[in-house]
Design a binder for this molecule. Structure first.
Ligand code: FES
Length: 396
């Protein structure tokens, strides 16, 4: 006879059955959480190939160079990586201290470079509060395991239409890839690039080269450290100049132009509004930045539990907000100790109220009971598997 949990006395046979039942439940749980078969063999394969991650495309990190507030990463993705359309982005995952940290970045190098050398460049703004870019800057010389997703996104240049492109800061990265990949330009394109200080001017050598290659390309560089910020009046003037340029090229089709906007979220929203007043009907926008809620402001949270999708406005503690919305996330201590409330965040930023740490924008684990949403957030509340805990960085 043995005791289980100090309560009922049971036979050895019953204890053995109890053990087998627990094993079976664990197996079922594992079978339900792994997205693909090779994930089950990942720990074994990693014994021989430490860089292996099931379902991810490994990428060799060839170099990391810093330019003021930015990092340039040169990567050589594995053979599974299909090419990209200039302007698209991908998800970069880096293994840092045993956990995968993910973020989304636009490819900044031309397609020709990938086709000729198999390499591509990512240009990242170093975020003082976000883990990945800060750690990449600090560990530049180290041999880090990196992975990339396939490229995706529809922020690509329509070469049949004239274009007004307004970008700020790292928003120039997809536009640099687009323009440098062009072999010819048949429609007028006007680029306005706003940056802060000469040291933060990205791809400085490319702009004179591109101007010389394409007579229809006009480039305005706005250094906001020594001049005014880009304004609504300046946008209207740039649009008028583009229209004039189109009128002068009488042979060109009179198709309406497209406004491309890329930069911090507030920047993109501002110019999208402005486009309406100018009568620009088509706007393409790309933004990976975050619109941080002011303290006490409600943030939209989308949570999935048992196949049910719920959208709610969260203000303050995430666990409480989810419960008030009728969801039943797991919890234990409600004080950040037991980790029972750990769940998967697929997008958005949270603040850990105990440490003040702010998460990355990409996928990660979140302790609901001590976290507050800072941006639009997407959560998966179903049980976090052991594998998920191993594979995803805890951002709280
Ligand atoms: S409930 Fe215990 S850590 Fe959140």
């Amino acid at each position: 006879m043995v005791q289980i949990q100090g309560k009922a006395a049971i036979t050895k046979n019953q204890a053995f059955v109890h053990f087998l039942t627990k094993c079976w439940r664990w197996c079922c749980k594992m079978a339900l959480v792994q997205p693909r078969l090779c994930s089950y063999f990942e720990p074994l394969i990693r014994l021989f190939n430490p860089g292996y991650r099931a379902g991810l495309i490994s990428a060799q990190l060839l170099s990391v160079s810093q330019q003021q507030d930015y990092l340039h990463l040169l990567l050589k993705p594995g053979k599974k990586f299909r090419a990209f359309v200039p302007g698209q982005h991908l998800q970069l995952s880096v293994e840092l201290d045993g956990a995968l940290v993910q973020r989304t970045f636009s490819i900044s190098s031309p397609l020709q470079q990938f086709l000729a050398q198999g390499t591509l460049q990512l240009t990242l703004k170093i975020q003082p509060h976000a883990g990945l870019t800060r750690q990449l800057a600090a560990r530049a010389g180290e041999n880090l395991f990196c992975y990339v997703s396939q490229a995706q996104g529809d922020f690509v240049l329509d070469q049949q239409r004239s274009a007004l492109i307004v970008v700020a800061g790292s928003g120039i990265t997809p536009v640099h890839a687009m323009l440098c990949s062009l072999s010819r330009l048949t429609q007028p394109v006007r680029l306005i690039y706003s940056y802060r200080g000469a040291d933060n001017l990205l791809f400085a050598s490319s702009w004179p080269e591109l101007k010389a290659r394409f007579p229809l390309l006009q480039i305005e560089l706005w250094d906001t450290s020594s001049g005014p910020r880009f304004s609504a009046a300046a946008l209207a003037a740039a649009f008028a100049a583009l229209q004039q340029q189109k009128a002068a090229q009488a042979a060109l089709q009179a198709e309406p132009c497209i406004l491309y906007v890329c930069g911090p979220l507030t920047f993109s929203q501002q110019w999208q509004q402005q486009a309406k007043t100018l009568g620009i009907l088509q706007v393409r926008q790309e933004s990976f930045g975050c619109l941080n809620a002011a303290d006490g402001e409600a943030v939209t949270v989308t949570a999935r539990q048992h196949g049910r999708l719920v959208q709610l406005q969260s203000q303050g503690n995430l666990l409480q907000s989810l419960e008030q919305a009728g969801l039943s996330p797991r919890y234990g201590c409600r004080r950040g100790i037991c980790m029972q409330c750990l769940c998967i965040k697929t997008a958005g930023q949270v603040r850990n109220e105990l440490t003040g740490q702010i998460s990355d924008t990409g996928a990660g684990l979140v302790q609901l009971c001590i976290s507050t949403a800072l941006t639009k957030l997407e959560l998966q509340l179903d049980a976090v598997s052991t594998t998920a805990q191993d594979n995803t960085s805890c951002t709280t």
